[in-house]
Design a protein around this ligand. Structure first.
Ligand code: AHR
Length: 637
C-alpha cells in the first residue's frame, strides 16, 4: 500500500479521502452517518474472511504450487509426450517413447524411454521441458531438483541438467548428475543461477553426451519456496494471500472435490506420501493435476498462513450427474471421510494420524469445520438429504466438536452451517448486499463458501470490486449469522489457455503476480474487522452508497462504498463516550471508471492509498470520491 500524509492528500489528490474540516472548506454535509460507538448490536465472526481454493485456472500446477516442470510424469497423447520435446543437437541422434512397462512405482508405472544412438560432448541429446508458459529464473537463486532414472549402462553416466534462456540459448544454471545402474533410483541435484535478469522465457534441458538408453520419471525442479518448505508454494502468491489475513481455507473444492466421475474425484488417499506414490488425475477443469498439492500440502498451507482448514469431503455426487445412493452404497465414502478426518486430526497412535507423521507432520491439525460435498443442489436425483444425514451422523458420533456444513438447505436434520454461493454482476451484488439483513436467525449459520462479482477477465475490474465491497458490507452487518465467507475462484494463470473461469482474484504468469481491485478490497476489509457491529444510521445517501460499522474494544471500523460516478459529501457523527478520537486512519481504493483494472503488465494501477483523517469533536467531514471503496479505522477510548 502507498502511504500519504494528510496535506499531500489535500493538495495533490483532491479526490482522495480528505477532511474538509481542517482545510477550512465548507460544504453541505450531504449524507450523515451517525455511529453510536458504545452501542454494540451483533457479533462479528472472527473467521468471517477466508480463502476458497481448488485446482482451476492452473491454481496449483502452474500457480501456487512452485513446481517448475510441467508434466513431470510424462503423460502423452497422440501428439507425443506433452510439454516435452526431443533435443538432438549437432550430429546427435535420439528418440523418445513412452515405456508402459517401466516405472519407479505402482503409481507411476510408465516412464519416458530416451534412446540416444549418437551423441558426444559437442552434440548432446535429450529432452526439453517448456514449463508452465516458461520457467522463471531469477538471479543468484538455487534450484532444487530430483528425478528417477534407470539406465542401460552399468557404469556411471553423467546427465546434464540446465536452465536455458529461450532466445539467447544462454545457460542460466546447470549441473551434472552422475547416474548409474540398471535399477530405478532417485537422484537429487541443485543448481544455481548467476547474474542474469529475472525472466520467464526459459526452459529446462536434460541431456547426455554419449549413446545410452535412459528411462526417466518424476523430473522435478523447485525454486525457493515460501518458508523454504520442500514441495512448497510460490513466495509471491503466498505473500499476497497472507496480506488478506485469511482465517480459514476451504479446500479442495468446488467441482474439483466432486470430480467428473467417481474415479476422478479428489481421492485424498492417492494424494499423500511421497510424490512417486501419487498417480496424478484428471481435473474437472480440462487439465490434469500433478497432485503435488495433496492433503498434507493443503494443511501445511493452512499452518503457514495461520488459517483453519475447512475440509470438503467427497459426498457421493459427481459432475456427470451420478450419485451414490444413501445407505450401504454410500458407507465406503463415509468411512473414507472419517479416515480423512483422522489423517488431519488423529494422534500418531492412530492408523491415519500415524501416516501423517510418516509424511512429516506428527502434530495433529485443528479441525472445526467439515463440508459434505459441493453444490449438491445440482443433484437431480435429490438424494442430498439422505447423504448429508449419513455423513452428519457418522462425523458427529466420532467428532461432536466438528461443525458439519451442508451445501444446500436440508430437511430431516438441521445442519450446523449451510453453504451459500453467489456469482453475479455488479448490480446483482448490490442487491445481494441486503440479502442477510432479512434472514432468519433461528436456523443454521451461513457460510458463503463461494462468491464473486463477475465482471472483468481474467481478473475483476473496478466495477466488480464495488459490487464485492458492497456485498462485504452486508456480510459484516450480518456476521452474527454469516460466520465465514470466501471469494472464488482465488487464482488464475493469465497465459492463453490458463483460465477456465473468468473474474479471479489474483492473476499471475510464471514470473510475477498481481492483485485485482477486488483483491485489494478484500485486503482492506479484512484489515479492520472488529468483533461486533455498532448501532448506526445513514441519511441522505443514495442507494448506491453502502457501509458497515463494526468495532472492537479500542477501534471503530467503517467501510464506505460509493458506487456512483459522483462524489458523495459525508459527515460522520461519532456518538458515545468512546468517541473521543483525534485522528483516524483511512485507506482508499478508487478508479475513474468501473472498467478500470489491474493487469499483469500494469499491476499497480489501482491500489489502496493510505491517509490520516482528522476527527473534530466526534465529527469527520469529508467527501467520498466517485467510484471509491474506503476503510476508516478510528481509535476509541
Ligand atoms: O468457483 C468455480 C466453480 O463454481 C466451483 O468449482 C463450483 O463450486 C462453482 O459452481
Amino acid at each position: 500500500m502507498m502511504l500519504m500524509n494528510n496535506r499531500f492528500v489535500f493538495v495533490s489528490v483532491a479526490v482522495l479521502l480528505s477532511s474538509l474540516a481542517t482545510t477550512g472548506l465548507s460544504a453541505e454535509p450531504g449524507a450523515v452517518l451517525t455511529v453510536n460507538v458504545n452501542e454494540p448490536k451483533a457479533a462479528v465472526s472472527p473467521t468471517l474472511y477466508g480463502l476458497m481454493t481448488e485446482e482451476i485456472n492452473y491454481s496449483y500446477d502452474g500457480g501456487l504450487y512452485a513446481e517448475l516442470v510441467r508434466n513431470r510424469t510424462f503423460r502423452s497423447d497422440w501428439t507425443g509426450i506433452l510439454n516435452w520435446y526431443l533435443i538432438e543437437r549437432g550430429a546427435a541422434s535420439a528418440k523418445v517413447t513412452i515405456d508402459d512397462g517401466e516405472g519407479p512405482s505402482a503409481a507411476l508405472a510408465r516412464s519416458a524411454r530416451l534412446e540416444v544412438t549418437k551423441a558426444d560432448a559437442g552434440s548432446p541429446a535429450g529432452l526439453l521441458n517448456e514449463g508452465y508458459w516458461g520457467i522463471a529464473v531469477r538471479p543468484n537463486t538455487s534450484y532444487q531438483g530430483t528425478f528417477f532414472v534407470k539406465s542401460s549402462a552399468e557404469g556411471p553416466l553423467p546427465i546434464r541438467v540446465a536452465l536455458v534462456a529461450d532466445q539467447s540459448g544462454k545457460v542460466l544454471a546447470a549441473t551434472s548428475v552422475p547416474v548409474s545402474g540398471r535399477v530405478w533410483k532417485q537422484y537429487k541435484f541443485e543448481m544455481r543461477s548467476g547474474e542474469a535478469a529475472a525472466s520467464a522465457e526459459n526452459h529446462l534441458e536434460v541431456t547426455i553426451d554419449r549413446p545410452a538408453t535412459l528411462w526417466l520419471q518424476l523430473v522435478s525442479l523447485f525454486p525457493p519456496t515460501y518458508r523454504g518448505r520442500p514441495n512448497g508454494n510460490r513466495i509471491d502468491i503466498m505473500e499476497k494471500l497472507a496480506a488478506m489475513h485469511p482465517a480459514f481455507l476451504r479446500f479442495p473444492g468446488g467441482n474439483y472435490l466432486e470430480g467428473g466421475r467417481i474415479d476422478s474425484r479428489f481421492d485424498w488417499k492417492k494424494m499423500i506420501g511421497p510424490l512417486v506414490d501419487r498417480p496424478t488425475h484428471p481435473t474437472t477443469w480440462s487439465y490434469h493435476s500433478s497432485d503435488g498439492m495433496g492433503l498434507l500440502e493443503f494443511l501445511n498451507w493452512c499452518e503457514d498462513l495461520h488459517m483453519q482448514p475447512v475440509l470438503g469431503v467427497f459426498a457421493g455426487y459427481t459432475l456427470d450427474g451420478r450419485v451414490v445412493k444413501p445407505g450401504p452404497d454410500l458407507e465406503p465414502y463415509v468411512q473414507e471421510a472419517l479416515e480423512e478426518i483422522e489423517y488431519v486430526t488423529g494422534g500418531t497412535d492412530t492408523r491415519w494420524g500415524g501416516l501423517r507423521a510418516r509424511d512429516g507432520h506428527p502434530a495433529p491439525f485443528p479441525l472445526r469445520y467439515v463440508e459434505v460435498g459441493n453444490e449438491d443442489n445440482f443433484d437431480r436425483a435429490k438424494t442430498y438429504d439422505g447423504r448429508y444425514a449419513q455423513f452428519y451422523k457418522a462425523i458427529k458420533a466420532k467428532h461432536p466438536e466438528i461443525q458439519v456444513i451442508a451445501t444446500m438447505p436440508v430437511t430431516g436434520i438441521t445442519p450446523d452451517v449451510v453453504d451459500d454461493h453467489y456469482y453475479k454482476r455488479e448490480q446483482g451484488m448490490f442487491e445481494e448486499s441486503k440479502h442477510y439483513d432479512r434472514a432468519d436467525r433461528n436456523g443454521p449459520k451461513i457460510f458463503v463458501g463461494e462468491w464473486a462479482t463477475r465482471e472483468g477477465t481474467p481478473t475483476p475490474n473496478f466495477g466488480a470490486a464495488l459490487g464485492d465491497a458492497a456485498f462485504m458490507t452486508g456480510l459484516e452487518r450480518n456476521s452474527d449469522l454469516v460466520v465465514m465467507a470466501a471469494y472464488a475462484p482465488l487464482l488464475v494463470n493469465v497465459n492463453p489457455g490458463g483460465m477456465q473461469w473468468s473474474s479471479d482474484l489474483i492473476g499471475y504468469d510464471a514470473l510475477t503476480s498481481y492483485g485485482s481491485p477486488s483483491y485489494y478490497a478484500q485486503v482492506m476489509f479484512a484489515s479492520c474487522l472488529g468483533d461486533h457491529t455498532v448501532n448506526s444510521s445513514l441519511t441522505g445517501a443514495g442507494d448506491r452508497f453502502f457501509y458497515s460499522a463494526t468495532a472492537s474494544a479500542n477501534k471503530l471500523c467503517l467501510k464506505l462504498v460509493n458506487a456512483t460516478s459522483s462524489e458523495q459529501p459525508l459527515t460522520i457523527m461519532l456518538q458515545g463516550p468512546g468517541a473521543a478520537a483525534q485522528t483516524a486512519r483511512g485507506s482508499t481504493l478508487r478508479a475513474n471508471t468501473t472498467w478500470a483494472t489491474n493487469t499483469i503488465q500494469n499491476p499497480k494501477r489501482i491500489v489502496p492509498v493510505n491517509s490520516t483523517v482528522n476527527v473534530q469533536g466526534g465529527r469527520i467531514v469529508f467527501v467520498a470520491p466517485a467510484y471509491s471503496i474506503q476503510v476508516l479505522e478510528v481509535d476509541l477510548k
